[in-house]
Write a protein that binds this ligand. Structure first.
Ligand code: UT7
Length: 326
């Protein structure tokens, strides 16, 4: 039986670090408030001339190098992003061109912070079906360009960066065990970017410049995130006859330390089985899980045979999990 196996991971982050102390000089906030309410200490910010595709391509090259796969052998490139280089063409096509992955089919998925998990799910399905053998899945964002730097409710949360995974058809027992993805469109307006689409285009004189920034009902999103991420994690466990004690490492979406702690508690998971790096990068949306996966992998925290659970939640709402036997 063919399974889809992650054979390489990579990540890339901007060099510029923006600390809580620096933010406190920009808006009415403090290191203490940000740390206590979110767990974030600093985030990375793209420089002029750096785009979503810049970090996506760097992360992809690192993942391809680890997997020992040449770009021209890729069949499929999927990127999850809410900050594409352009509304069109897809950022995936730009990445395909930069990598020289000439035979790959390339497209973006729009699933906000769940974009990487949606991408993994699509790649897994294509590989299991036998249609494709080698896929590259990326989560990449430059959120700093759609953040209102005068709004303390949101600007303290987000950061820029990218993570990637190479996924290949395999006859081995290890690989992606299952994916579960969900959507709840009834809450689409709790976390969104009002401007730049067909409802509120930049060409409309009535369009408020502030509408081009992220808008979020933080409290409501928080409550939904905890419930949904628990549901997605439990779906992975139930469908495979597992319990939380079978999980070697949980890699959750890095949005808020309190959300991550609440999920670990609900799953009755020891905190040392939960990977956290949001204190260094903030919320990088679709990039958060693949950056964390790459760091855990390169730090040697993932061993052959380990059961890894990826767990995401984002605007839409979208949410989902991927269970991987390493
Ligand atoms: O990635 C997709 C998913 N996104 C998320 O999961 C984010 C989910 N939401 C959250 O993480 C939290 O709701 C936030 C971190 C955004 C906010 O934390 P909170 O504990 O829900 O705070 P709050 O919004 O209820 O605000 C509490 C107080 C308010 O003041 P009053 O009304 O009590 O006087 C805010 O005005 O904190 C104030 N506040 C701040 N104070 C200092 C809000 N932002 C700040 C700030 N610094 N940056």
């Amino acid at each position: 039986m063919v399974t889809a196996k992650i054979t390489g991971t990579g990540s890339a982050l901007p060099a510029k670090i923006l600390t809580n102390a620096e933010l406190a000089k920009m808006v009415d906030t403090s290191d203490d408030w940000i740390t206590t309410r979110t767990g974030i200490k600093e985030r990375r910010i793209a420089a002029d001339g750096e785009f979503t595709s810049t970090f996506a391509v760097d992360a992809a090259r690192r993942a391809l190098s680890m997997a020992n796969v040449a770009p021209e052998d890729l069949d499929l490139i999927i990127i999850g992003t809410v900050t594409p280089d352009f509304p069109f063409p897809s950022t995936a096509c730009i990445i395909q061109n930069e990598l020289g992955a000439n035979k790959a089919v390339a497209f973006d998925v729009s699933a906000a912070c769940s974009g990487f998990i949606y991408g993994i799910s699509v790649a897994d399905s294509f590989i299991r079906s036998g249609k494709y053998q080698k896929a590259l899945v990326i989560g990449a964002e430059v959120l700093s360009r759609i953040v209102d730097w005068n709004d303390r409710n949101t600007c303290i949360l987000f950061g820029d960066g990218a993570g990637a995974a190479v996924i290949e058809a395999s006859e081995e027992q290890s690989g992606i065990v299952s994916t579960h993805i969900f959507s709840n469109g009834s809450c689409w307006d709790m976390l969104y970017q009002p401007g730049s689409g067909s409802r509120n285009p930049a060409t409309n004189p009535a369009t408020d410049p502030a509408s081009f920034f992220i808008r979020m009902e933080g409290n409501e999103v928080y409550k939904h995130a905890v419930r949904a991420m628990e549901e997605a994690a439990m779906a992975a466990l139930y469908s495979n006859g597992l319990t939380p004690s079978d999980i070697s490492l949980l890699i959750p979406h890095q949005a808020n330390r309190r959300i991550i702690d609440a999920i670990a508690k609900r799953l009755d998971l020891d905190f040392d089985k939960v990977f956290v790096n949001l204190h260094r990068y903030g919320n990088t949306s679709s990039a958060s899980i693949p950056i964390a996966l790459d760091e855990a992998n390169r730090q040697g925290l993932i061993k052959t045979g380990d059961m890894i659970l990826l767990d995401a939640f984002g605007g839409g709402f979208t949410y989902g999990s991927a269970l991987i036997r390493w």
